[in-house]
Design a protein around this ligand. Structure first.
Ligand code: PNS
Length: 161
């Protein structure tokens, strides 16, 4: 049996924590689809096209990882692609509290299961929102994002005088 999982998110932008999850999951499953949410209610720092391009470059060495976009309910996307599994990285108990109702709801709505994988300790404090805030003030991003993502962030926030 071939097992495919969706790793969904906003990925605005993708962090080393996200990438660590994708790599670890891809090492155990046949196929991983990194799915970027197109959210008409929330404008990101990067467009969805930009996020897709960034992520594709980051996972180019992983033959079993695909990058895609989705709009609307995640379970509708999963069902349309015949995928029955979502994988989410969790950094702390607060992530579990936030994710658990969605996991139950996704199973209730469509029978789509969610597996949680613990974030690596070195990434447990990293988030896209913190990364954007630090970048906006010209702060250091080592250990939080890749060199390519850092360059993309720096180009969005020109050096402060
Ligand atoms: O990176 P994020 O923003 O924490 O990812 C959240 C995401 C995109 C996984 C979640 O918001 C989602 O699944 N949104 C799609 C809409 C949906 O299915 N909502 C109902 C969840 S029960």
């Amino acid at each position: 049996m071939s097992v495919t999982a969706v790793v969904p998110g906003s990925f605005d932008p993708i962090t080393l924590g996200h990438l660590d999850v994708v790599r670890r999951v891809a090492a155990h499953l046949d196929r991983v689809v990194v799915a970027v949410l197109e959210n008409p209610r929330k404008q990101g720092l990067f467009t969805v096209d930009e996020r897709l391009e960034i992520i594709r470059a980051e996972v180019a060495d992983l033959a079993n990882v695909e990058v895609d976009r989705f709009a609307g309910l995640l379970v509708d996307y999963c069902t349309s692609r015949g995928i029955g599994l979502i994988v989410k990285g969790v950094r702390a108990a607060s992530d579990v509290d936030y994710e658990m109702p969605m996991a139950h709801m996704n199973r209730q709505m469509a029978g789509v299961e969610t597996l949680f994988i613990p974030a690596s300790p070195e990434h447990a404090h990293v988030s896209s929102s913190l990364v954007k805030e630090i970048a906006s003030w010209g702060g250091p991003l080592d250990g939080s994002v890749s060199a390519a993502v850092e360059a993309a962030l720096r180009s969005r926030f020109p050096a402060r005088a």
